[in-house]
Write a protein that binds this ligand. Structure first.
Ligand code: FUL
Length: 678
């Protein structure tokens, strides 16, 4: 009897302290939770566009042009694996309609190309390689088809479903199926060459598509369309809102795509798709525009760190391989993030909260390393605070939080406070601290702390926090960028807000604590000269490599004779503000106030994404005498700054004349033009 009562009492106690909070809907499906856990995976855009230097082929590009000479899907898979990617999504068909597998649904496919003499099947090759390298595999199948004669009519819908059928039947487990939002417009359409528009929500019969996919791949996420289970984030720049709910009500509302909807009825989390280069497909002209390490790291914190998954695109090149600079940057990115989030400062910290829902949901669950346990507050407590106490002071600049999303996304607002030597202070963060969701990583400038407290000010119900970590990421220490605008204001920027910047203006190498000045604000520099700068991390005492900017004479030292308008954009230090000149008068002519010893000039073509009309032939005169003429050989493919130098020539008036441009167009572009003098 006694034994019975003991069991009864202990089971009562156990029950009273083990009841989890009620879910607050909507909640994710187990498949969606598994997808959240993938966090980072790759996109590959490859197809006819690659071989025709296009982003959106019209549907009339001959299949015979698809001719990779050295295609190696295993190289893709091995590279992507080494970059920390957990899966790959392949553009099995882009808007041009060309299918990368030997489909029976259309002749416009890989079997009509020279690749493997028509016996290739890229979907097979990549899915096999993914399996071999332990990557999940997904498919992008553009609904819009600019090749198909029946596009816009019922016939194409059947063709499209046939393609979905083939792809879901023959290529192993799929983790994601991507329906692109771009729809309808001009196209070849079997020779009709016209504009066709459809109502995308109805035309494609997405419900049938979803049924087919899910019946064969129950774990797969559906991206896009009216039956989606994950959503587009509303931009292709690589960021989700700092406030980011996984819920959605209205997928036509762009604001909701980026920030989600607190009271949304559906769990439809965001996926951030962004390319490692400006374009989705490979273009040689973008070889110098592979995103920098600093940019990729920022993208990570603005996507994975903002409760979204990151889908990073690799435009496979003409040879059929991922380019070395792309894989190098992506690998550095992976190692940097892994290193930044390596030593969890909270593992050994003492933790306590102001409210706990009994023993099973105690504060200690946030740093027990188990994602299935969580700290929860009582039902009447939709807020709360949690404190971490360190044995000795720690340096910190990242806090990493996760909610137990199986019970819904709850937190609406929180902030961080630190304590050092008994002094409390609020920690200023880089962006708003509002929602958390599956994962939120908060960045701030390095602070020293004895204690960290996180105040959850508002929540949709009792808190359910499964994990909290904190880190001190070393500064990235990329070289700063130096630029001077038309008003002679010099700005120096470091991609890492944690790093200080030091500089010199006399051409000497900046040494922190010696000749270098600390940069706090932009400053005027109205002379010619050389500015050098470094990023400096006070925590490690390390400096970046030195960046150097040679500044020509400021514009008040000369009179602009040509062009009449737009010289301010040519002399503002930005490759993105561009002046276009008609070829018959594509002249930059300047007259110095005083005679100068001229040593050369530089021309920077537009750095815009789809820039064309770069000057590729020029003449250069000093005091009406031709001193240099020539061509900028590879400027179409590699539109970087073109520098021409010569032995010093004394003169007052200089003239740069564009004699040709890369597109034989009537006008040409100039982003920047500078004259160098001794
Ligand atoms: C866009 C498409 O139009 C682009 O070409 C690319 O495929 C990108 C991922 O989605 O909407």
């Amino acid at each position: 009897m006694k034994k019975f009562f003991t069991i009864l009492i202990s089971s009562f106690l156990l029950h009273s302290c083990t009841k989890a909070p009620e879910p607050i809907g909507p909640v994710p499906s187990p498949e969606q939770i598994a997808w959240h856990q993938m966090e980072t995976y790759a996109f590959v855009h490859f197809g006819l566009n690659t071989f025709n230097d296009l982003e959106w082929g019209g549907g009339d590009t001959p299949a015979s042009t698809f001719n990779p000479t050295d295609l190696d899907c295993e190289q893709w898979a091995a590279t992507l694996k080494n970059c920390g990617m957990r899966g790959v999504i392949l553009t099995a068909k882009h808007h041009d309609g060309f299918c990368l597998w030997p489909t029976k649904s259309t002749d416009y496919n890989i079997s009509k190309s020279p690749y493997k003499n028509g016996n290739g099947d890229l979907v097979r090759e990549l899915s096999d390689a993914c399996r071999k390298y332990g990557l999940k595999f997904g498919i992008y199948l553009s609904p819009w088809d600019r090749n198909n004669a029946e596009y816009g009519f019922p016939g194409y819908v059947e063709t499209y479903h046939r393609q979905i059928n083939e792809l879901t039947s023959n290529y192993g487990p799929l983790f994601e199926f991507w329906f692109d939002g771009a729809n309808g417009g001009t196209g070849y359409y079997g020779g009709a060459n016209e504009r066709r528009s459809i109502n995308a929500r109805e035309y494609y019969d997405y419900q049938r598509a979803k049924d087919t996919i899910i019946s064969r791949h129950p774990d797969a996420m559906i991206f896009g369309g009216p039956c989606q289970t994950i959503r587009w984030v509303g931009n292709e720049q690589g960021w989700a809102g700092a406030t980011n709910w996984a819920m959605l009500n209205d997928d036509d509302n762009y604001n909701q795509l980026t920030y989600g909807c607190e009271n949304g009825d559906f769990w439809i989390p965001a996926e951030v798709d962004v390319s490692i280069r400006p374009g989705w497909f490979y273009h040689q002209r973008e070889d110098h525009q592979v995103k920098t390490l600093a940019k990729l790291v920022d993208i990570y914190y603005n996507s994975v760190g903002h409760n979204a998954n990151l889908l990073l695109n690799f435009p496979v090149g003409l040879s059929g391989k991922i380019y070395p600079q792309d894989s190098l940057h992506a690998m550095e990115f992976y190692h940097t993030i892994s290193n930044e989030l390596k030593n969890n400062l909270l593992l050994d910290a003492k933790v306590y909260a102001d409210d706990e829902r009994g023993c099973k949901f105690s504060a200690s669950k946030v740093n027990d390393g188990n994602p299935e346990t969580f700290w929860a507050t009582n039902d009447d407590y939709p807020y709360g605070s949690i404190a971490f106490e360190f044995e000795k002071p720690v340096m910190m600049n990242r806090v990493f939080l996760q909610e137990y999303i199986a019970l819904g996304q709850r937190v609406k607002s929180f902030y961080l406070e630190g304590e050092l030597n008994g002094e409390w202070f609020k920690i200023p963060t880089y962006d708003t601290t509002s929602t958390i969701g599956y994962k939120r990583i908060v960045r701030f400038n390095t602070v020293e702390l004895d204690k960290l407290v996180i105040y959850f000010e508002d929540s949709r119900g009792p808190l359910c926090i499964s994990n909290i970590e904190a880190y001190c990421a070393p500064a990235l220490l990329s070289e700063p960028t130096i630029s001077r605008n038309y008003e002679n204001v010099v700005t120096i920027e470091s991609p890492d807000k944690n790093a200080a910047i030091y500089y010199t203006v006399d051409g000497s190498t900046p040494i922190v604590g010696d000749n270098a000045k600390k940069y706090d604000n932009p400053f005027i520099f109205n002379d010619k000269g050389m500015i050098k700068a470094v990023s400096f991390d006070a925590v490690s005492g390390k400096s970046s490599a030195v960046s150097t900017k040679t500044l020509p004479l400021p514009h008040d030292c000369f009179k602009v004779i040509s062009p009449e308008n737009g010289f301010n954009k040519i002399y503002d230090g930005s490759g993105f503000s561009v002046t276009y000149l008609m070829m018959e008068n594509a002249v930059v002519e300047l007259e110095f106030n005083e005679t100068q010893m001229i040593t050369g000039f530089s021309y920077l073509p537009s750095q815009g994404r789809d820039a064309s009309r770069h000057i590729n032939e020029y003449e250069f005169y000093i005091d009406e005498k031709l001193v240099s003429k020539g061509a900028f050989g590879n400027i179409k493919n590699n539109p970087i700054e073109q520098v021409v130098g010569f032995e010093p020539i004394s003169g007052k008036r200089v003239k740069f004349v564009a004699k040709g441009n890369t597109d034989n167009a009537k006008s040409c572009n100039i982003a920047e033009f500078e004259i160098f003098v001794k």
